[in-house]
Design a binder for this molecule. Structure first.
Ligand SMILES: C[S@@+](CC[C@H](N)C(=O)[O-])C[C@H]1O[C@@H](n2cnc3c(N)ncnc32)[C@H](O)[C@@H]1O
Length: 225
């Protein structure tokens, strides 16, 4: 199944809003760290419902581009806002339909690891960022967060499972400085007491604590020289 087929299906079944609800717990902390200024141009890579750009517009960015490979995602995202300063584009991570040196910042939540070639995606990120521009790349699926590894079994698209060190190394290889890397915990999700386990998703309470409180979302921040 292609990105388009898989995620169009998610959009038409309402999963785009479901993702927004779940991801917001940690995405809001990542967005709060972004050094956006009035008038900035920002790309949201794998925008889903487009919530990140709606939030960043409240902080004064001038232009938001929400890119997604699934047309139904962009159609839904467009319907959730009447803000003309936010545009939604259908496109692929490995061939960004944007000019060189055209963006102040790029945000991406729970999307980067779906890239067919994540190294090409990073080169594209580097290409479209202005000097001093940042890439805030947030993922929940990564090597150290072991209970996320099983997610690959539920999706037909091949997912890239990198460690924290591999993210840093790949950013540097693409010509980005690594300004920060952090695990942003999800403190909102409720974790039941030990008697509730095993649950559908977790064998033990420790595994659920590891997933949400220890690791949560891995944030890697790249800066264009
Ligand atoms: C798990 S969703 C996350 C959506 C949103 N960022 C959020 O936090 O809820 C991943 C999104 O990335 C998009 N996507 C995945 N691979 C892509 C690719 N190679 N090119 C463009 N979009 C892609 C999907 O269509 C989907 O909307």
């Amino acid at each position: 199944m292609s990105v388009r087929e898989e995620f169009d299906d998610w959009a038409t079944s309402g999963k785009d809003r479901g993702m927004e609800d779940r991801h917001w717990h940690t995405a809001k902390h990542v967005l709060a760290r972004m050094p956006v200024e009035d008038g900035d141009a920002v790309l949201d890579l794998g925008t889903g419902s487009g919530y990140a750009l709606r939030a960043l517009r409240e902080r004064g960015i001038g232009r938001g581009y929400g890119l997604d490979g699934a047309p139904e995602m962009t159609r839904n995202a467009r319907s959730y806002t009447d803000d003309d300063a936010i545009g939604f584009l259908v496109g692929d991570f490995d061939d960004l339909p944007l000019a060189d040196d055209s963006l102040d910042h790029i945000f991406s939540m729970e999307a980067f690891y779906y890239a067919a070639d994540p190294h090409t995606t990073l080169q594209e990120v580097r290409r479209v960022l202005k000097s001093g521009g940042t890439f805030y790349c947030a993922v929940n699926f990564f090597e150290e967060s072991e209970s996320t590894h099983a997610w690959q079994e539920n999706i037909s698209i091949e997912m890239t499972l990198w460690s924290r060190a591999q993210y840093r190394e790949a950013f540097r290889e693409a010509g980005l400085y690594v300004a920060e890397q952090d695990a942003v915990p999800d403190r909102v999700i409720e974790i039941p007491d030990a008697t509730a386990f095993p649950t559908e998703g977790y064998e033990t309470r420790e595994a659920m604590v590891d997933r949400y409180r220890t690791w949560g979302t891995l944030l890697t921040v790249g800066v264009a020289p």
